[in-house]
Design a protein. Structure first.
Length: 186
C-alpha cells in the first residue's frame, strides 16, 4: 500500500478528485473512510464538498485528535481519503503513514503552500513521508502560466503576510503564477 499526496492550488479540483476516488472505490466494494480537519467548516464540520457540487459525509479530525482513536470507530477501512490534508499536524500525518505500513491505502489531497509561499505543516510532512507525490496543475488567473500560489487579496491588493491560515474561497484568494504574485499583479 502507499501514501499518496495530491496537491495543487485552490480551484484545481483536489476535492472533486478525492470525492470521485471515494465513489470509485466504494463502487468496487471497498470500505472507504473520508476524513477532514475540523478547522475546515465551510460546509459544516462533517461535509466535504467540491465547487462542482459533489459532496460526502466525512469524519472530522481536530488539531489535537489522535487519528487512530477516531478512525478505529469506523468499520475496518481499506482506504482512507483525507481532504484539506495541509491542515493536519505532523503527528497526524505520521499516524496516517502508520496505516499505510499496516496495509491500508491513504490518499491525501491538499494545498502545498500557504498564501505567503511557505509549506503548511501537514503538506511538509506529507512531502517528507509520502510514497507518491502528484501535482494537480492549474493555471494563473492573470496570465495563464502554471499557477503555484494561492494569492490572498484585500481591497484589490495582494496580501503577503499575516496568519497563514485563513479559510476562504474566491472571496479572499486567487491563483497566480510566481511572477504575477511577486509582481503584485491581480
Amino acid at each position: 500500500m502507499k501514501l499518496y499526496f495530491y496537491y495543487g492550488v485552490m480551484s484545481s479540483s483536489k476535492t472533486a478528485n478525492a470525492l470521485m476516488k471515494k465513489f470509485h472505490f466504494e463502487e468496487h466494494g471497498k470500505k472507504v473512510v473520508l476524513i477532514k480537519p475540523g478547522i475546515d467548516t465551510r460546509y459544516g464540520k462533517s461535509i466535504v464538498k467540491s465547487r462542482v457540487g459533489l459532496e460526502s459525509e466525512a469524519i472530522w479530525i481536530n488539531k489535537g485528535d489522535n487519528i487512530h482513536e477516531i478512525i478505529s470507530k469506523a468499520d475496518s477501512p481499506q482506504i482512507i481519503i483525507a481532504d484539506e490534508a495541509q491542515f493536519f499536524t505532523e503527528k497526524q500525518i505520521d499516524e496516517l503513514r502508520e496505516y499505510v505500513d499496516s496495509g491500508i491505502m491513504v490518499m491525501c489531497y491538499g494545498l502545498k503552500t500557504d498564501y505567503t509561499g511557505h509549506l503548511f505543516e501537514g503538506s511538509k510532512r506529507l512531502i517528507e513521508v509520502c510514497d507518491t507525490l502528484r501535482e494537480i496543475p492549474s493555471m494563473c488567473a492573470k496570465c495563464g502560466r502554471k499557477a503555484i500560489i494561492n494569492a490572498k487579496y484585500s481591497e484589490k491588493k495582494i496580501v503577503y503576510n499575516g496568519n497563514p491560515i485563513d479559510i476562504g474561497g474566491e472571496d479572499k484568494y486567487t491563483v497566480l503564477c510566481y511572477q504575477c504574485w511577486k509582481n503584485g499583479n491581480l
